[in-house]
Write a protein that binds this ligand. Structure first.
Ligand SMILES: NC(=O)c1ccc[n+]([C@@H]2O[C@H](COP(=O)([O-])OP(=O)(O)OC[C@H]3O[C@@H](n4cnc5c(N)ncnc54)[C@H](OP(=O)(O)O)[C@@H]3O)[C@@H](O)[C@H]2O)c1
Ligand SMILES: [Zn+2]
Length: 366
């Protein structure tokens, strides 16, 4: 019994190591998942790898290269089911079989119905022992955006906002820096580094002149996106400084060609969407191969994004401060709901503290 438990603990530990490796590519793998792989022989790690970005080899291939001959007869831990089809790279199932591994421990089964289970079946048919579902919840959590994208053919949307205890995201004059503590802001920078795009509305650019970068806490910056119908955007803004990160303006078809030209001349990308809605923006980002999109807009666009089903997860930073102001903006504008029993209720809710603030995380019904 206790040896069995020791073995289970060891498996869990190795899978957590896979996740640690997988996270090294956070924000950089779209449209592919974050995957880590560890190869163990005689209780010792002999090879490690992770998937760095789309087009590069998968985690298993890097780990097999690292292990060399020592992979023969070894146990392979991998956070996602090995692929079994020819994509940009040959199937990992075949590479594992060719390397002569004895056992494969898988975090979770590929969510894509077209390939789901195929890699596992192939390994088993080659006589390899396969164990599925070790640290499954954590493996799924790391890849929640990938899973959502696979199941719904849309990127995963996160709405993040910072509000005072009295539910305001800015003062009555629109001033909002800063609502939360430095520790909370640092967490937001990290979150940006894990996302493919961060979106605000034209009004947030006019009011806040945000950077929207990860401020170098991660190695990756998301594409910075402004949705604006009017294109009444300031001549000078931090978002037009493209040294650190790229910027895209999404607007309506035919809107102010002269402003579009000015932006394009600066190197800002401009794309017209018809209609200019969060749903259409998500369609566009899906085609652009994005996994996760962070909505950091004010309540006007935020409400539209929720109504359009472009938000799956909410991340609310709540500062123990009171600013007051009847007309001060709140995180979500009009949703057209008039009965409290119609309120959108979050699922899988978690609370925690960061610095002097509180963070609430939860999911909207798909
Ligand atoms: N504390 C926080 O977390 C936080 C975060 C963000 C913003 N803020 C604050 O929020 C305030 C701005 O709030 P807001 O609600 O006015 O800003 P917002 O939601 O970011 O921007 C609204 C703007 O989005 C554009 N838009 C494009 N397509 C749209 C569509 N389909 N539906 C609706 N809007 C669309 C329009 O820009 P055009 O007018 O250019 O056409 C619209 O005016 C500022 O005071 C800012 O400081 C706070
Ligand atoms: Zn593969």
């Amino acid at each position: 019994m206790s040896t069995n438990q020791d073995a289970q603990n060891f498996d869990r530990q190795m899978m957590q190591r896979c996740l640690e490796l997988a996270r090294r590519a956070l924000g950089q793998t779209a449209p592919n998942p974050l995957v880590g792989c560890v190869i163990v022989r005689d209780g010792e790690i002999v090879g490690e790898g992770f998937h760095p970005r789309a087009g590069e080899p998968h985690a298993e291939v890097f780990a097999l290269r690292d292990a060399g001959d020592r992979a023969r007869g070894a146990t392979v831990y991998v956070s996602l089911e090995p692929c079994n089809h020819y994509g940009r790279t040959p199937p990992c199932s075949e590479a594992l079989i060719a390397a002569g591994v004895a056992k494969v421990v898988v975090g979770f089964v590929d969510p894509d119905a077209r390939v789901s289970g195929g890699g596992i079946d192939r390994l088993r048919s080659a006589g390899i022992e396969v164990v599925v579902g070790v640290e499954e919840e954590d493996c799924r959590q790391v890849n929640e955006a990938f899973i959502y994208r696979s199941l719904h053919q849309r990127p995963f949307g996160i709405l993040k906002y910072a509000m005072t205890l009295d539910g305001k995201i800015a003062t009555t004059t629109g001033h909002s820096s800063w609502v939360t503590s430095e520790a909370a802001r640092r967490e937001v920078h990290l979150l940006r580094s894990a996302c493919d795009a961060v979106i605000v509305g034209g009004n947030t650019v006019r009011q806040d002149n945000p950077h929207l970068t990860s401020h170098r806490v991660g190695s990756h910056n998301p594409l910075r996106v402004v949705m604006s119908r009017s294109l009444e955007l300031p001549e000078r803004a931090r978002l037009w400084d493209l040294d650190e990160a790229a910027t895209l303006v999404l607007t309506e078809a035919g809107s102010h060609p002269e402003v579009q030209k000015r932006l394009l001349n600066r190197g800002v990308e401009v794309v017209e969407l018809d209609p200019l809605t969060p749903a259409k923006a998500m369609e566009y980002f899906y085609e652009r191969q994005f996994l996760s999109v962070l909505w950091e807009c004010g309540g006007t666009l935020g409400a539209r994004a929720i109504a359009d089903g472009a938000v799956q997860k909410i991340l609310a930073f709540i500062a123990p401060k009171i600013i007051g102001g009847r007309l001060a903006p709140s995180p979500v504008g009009d949703l057209g709901l008039t009965q409290m029993d119609r309120a959108l209720t979050l699922e899988r809710v978690q609370w925690r503290s960061v610095g002097s603030d509180c963070v609430l995380e939860g999911y909207l019904n798909p």
